[in-house]
Design a protein around this ligand. Structure first.
Ligand SMILES: [Zn+2]
Length: 185
């Protein structure tokens, strides 16, 4: 077992109610690194610069419920830089993920219907218990799942914010402004 690349025996981990946590560079996750743009912000984006540390913080905790169900509770937080698909600028996306993974001991149980009484609750994802499960693989799966399909700035895009438009006015460009621009050429 390499330091920084923890591997757990899932059933043993759960029976001990064990917990592990760590910080791992985002760049150490090769599958997600392939999906991400360069992890740099434009020069001068001081607002967001402090939030980017290139780290993934994670923890995993084992639990066996009174009803005999086994869980790994996974927490993942990170601030990857994504490209906004509206303005095509990089921005910091906040991942704060807390998920239970139900651990099953045989393949067939992966597909069984879940017995959850509350119809509003999503059934947790299931994983098969492994004797040597890479924790970072679970963390990376969760990271990938928590990235938006179409990344976009939360509110207005940066370029709109930077326009010298007084607060509260209609930010749509006037059609006359476009005409004026044409005339200047
Ligand atoms: Zn944007």
């Amino acid at each position: 077992m390499k330091p920084g690349h923890p591997v757990i025996d899932v059933l043993d981990f759960i029976s001990r109610n064990a917990e592990q946590r760590g910080e791992t560079p985002l760049s150490a996750f090769s599958r997600i690194s392939d999906l991400l743009p360069a992890q740099v912000l434009p020069v001068g984006d001081a607002d967001s610069a402090g939030a980017v540390d290139g780290l993934v913080r994670w923890s995993v905790r084992g639990e066996r419920t009174q009803h005999g169900k086994r869980y790994l509770h996974l927490e993942v937080s990170a601030r990857p830089i994504l490209i906004c698909q509206r303005c095509m600028r990089p921005f910091v996306y906040e991942v704060e993920s807390v998920v239970p993974l139900e651990v099953v001991t045989h393949q067939a149980a992966l597909d069984e219907d879940s017995e959850i009484d509350d119809p509003d609750m999503d059934a947790p994802d299931r994983i098969l218990a492994q004797a040597s499960q890479s924790v970072l693989e679970l963390v990376e799966d969760e990271l990938i799942l928590s990235l938006p399909y179409i990344p976009r700035h939360d509110y207005a895009c940066v370029q709109y914010d930077n326009q010298e438009t007084p607060e509260g006015t209609d930010k749509k460009p006037s059609p006359f402004a476009a005409l004026a621009a044409l005339k200047k050429q």
